[in-house]
Structures are given as structure tokens and as C-alpha cells.
Ligand binder design. Sequence first.
Ligand code: FES
Ligand SMILES: [Fe+2]
Length: 372
Amino acid sequence: MSDVAAIRQSLKPYLSRPSGLARAMPGPFYTDENFLEVEEQAIFRKEWVCLGHEDEIRDPGDYFTTELVGEPLLVVRGRDGQVRVLSNVCRHRGNIVASGKGNTKLFSCAYHAWGYGQDGALVAAPLMDKVPGFDKADCGLFPFAVEIWQNFIFVNLDGKAAPLAPRMAGLLPHITPFQHQDRISVFTADDVWKTNWKCLVENFMEGYHLSATHLRTLHPITPTSLCRKLPGTADYTAYESHYSPDTPERTPYHPHLPVEYRRHSTLFCVFPSFVVSYASHFTLYMCIRPKGVGEVAIHWGVAGYVENAEAPEVAPYVALCNAFNAEDKEKLETLIRGLKSERYVPGPLGPEDVEGTIADFYRFMADRLARA
Ligand code: FES
Ligand SMILES: [Fe+2]
């Protein structure tokens, strides 16, 4: 049996949530090159993948460029206020059109100076009026399917995914009270960690490591013992990390934040790879995507109910995020080394409240990859 077939086989028990002992997945699930190719085709090209917070491109003409499984993407807000995700590949001879981020009325391909508007329409093409049959209307940048959910921008590369919002309906009672829609983007960063993308998704979504890995950073605020799992599906998983009684209120929060939401964060994952924490005061989000089997690209950010990014509460929260991210990075970069060992035998997962979210993630992976 090939490694890929063996991995699919190990996912099979998760087509439903097993009632007995749940086990971790074998090493090749995280380290096999061929399995990554399967994931890219069967998951990252077919599912809704988050690229960022729509407030990151607040004004018409604001844009950023990124990449998903080798597809160069241009994320831009048009004059009409619409967020579009366009192919960042020139319709002339295929060069990359835009780079970095910024604000512009015109995206000009530097190779032969074809120019595209904020909606992707071709508006300039030097000398092409001399070419019989040429029509600018046939040569716009390809528009990918986009859905905005909770102010986050999701793209679906193959355009065939079912709408996202109805699939997330079960999460709404747990996240709506945080009034995330009124939080503005105050910080973003891009990183690459040397680990598999699934190691980071699982790490963000399990509370088991909070007290051990984050003894000085998160344990005093959200200890492992106070984690409570929420119901998950084959589309998402979620848990609440309740605040230690010794932790002061985490502010500033929205005036409509109910009292019972002031003492916990809700963490959730929109499968495959968008992980978020709605705390009483800030939202922390990570848009995760594979960059090779042993590297993960992370676009992450913070949003808050504040006037602007200079509000005094922003910097301390970003500093906390940077501190626990550094702790996670260290653990996930040693984890991937262990997972490469031929002697690694998958162990049992921890109790439902702290690692049941990982079983939900396996259920998603099984649902998409183990039915064949
Ligand atoms: S490839 Fe872009 S203008 Fe020629
Ligand atoms: Fe962590």
C-alpha cells in the first residue's frame, strides 16, 4: 500500500467520531510529500480558504498580494466597495502583475505594460489596437469565488464550494455576542514556520498545551483546566478557554458584550486552515496555508474594538501574541522532527475538552479524503 493509501486508511475511523479511544495520526500524515499534493488538490483548491480581514483593505484601491498552493492572488477593494480576489497572472503572456500591498487605481504589468483596473478589467494594452480581432473585454484578470464571513475574506479556487455561511450557522450562537464585526484591523504580520500546516491548525485548536507550553504567558490567563469543548462538525471545530479567576477583566470590550462573555475566549477553526480566537477584548486570527510539506505560511492579525491601531491596549496584546507564538513555533518545529521518526507510534488523544477539537479536525480530513 502506498503511503497516501495508508494515510487515507488511518483517517477512515474518523468518518464518524469514534466512541472509543481516539488516537493521533501517524507521522506520514504530516511528513509525506505525496499526501501534501493530495491535500493541495482535494482540499486547498476545493474549500473556502481565508486570506485576511476585509478591514486590511479598507479603502477603494487598497490591495495585497498573496499565494495559495502556487496560485498568485491579488486581493483588492474596488471603487464599488466590493472585495475581489483576482488571479495575479497577466492575461498577455503570464507574468505576475502586482506585488506587495498598497493602494492604486491601475495594476500595470511591468513586462509589456498591460494595465488592469481595480475590478481586474484590462484597460491598457500598448499597440494591441493594431492586432485584428483583439478585444480588451476578453482579457481581464480571472476573478475567483469570494465570500465574506465575519468580516473575513475567503477564496474558493475551483469555484464549486457550497456557500460557507450556512455551514457555519451552528457556531453563531457562540461567537456573535463578541461583536467581532465592530472590531477593526490593528495589526498584521506574515511568517513562515518550519512545520507542517496541520501541526499549527491542531496546536491553535487544542487547549491541552496551554499550561505546559505557555506556563508564563497563557497559563495565568487561560489554563488548560478551564478549557471547554463546543460541538463541532465536519466543517468547523471550537472550544472556550475560560479566564482564570485571578485574571483582571480583558478590555476594551464592546458595550454590548454580555456579562457571561467577559470571562472567556471562543476559539474556532473554519476547516481546513482558518483559526481564530475571539477574546473579550481582541480577535486574533491566523490564515494558514502549506508552503511545502515541512513549512507553513502564516498571515496573522489582530482586530479590536478601538479607535485606531495606536490605542494603548493594542501593543501589549500584540506583544503577548508574539510571546506565545514564539513558544508555539519552537514546539512545532521540534514536533515535526519527532513525526519523521520511524519509531513514532501515534498515542491516545487527551480528554474531549482539551483535544476533542483535534478529533473534529481528523473528521474533516476523513470526510474529504477517506471516502474513496
Ligand atoms: S506578460 Fe504582462 S504585459 Fe506581457
Ligand atoms: Fe499555543
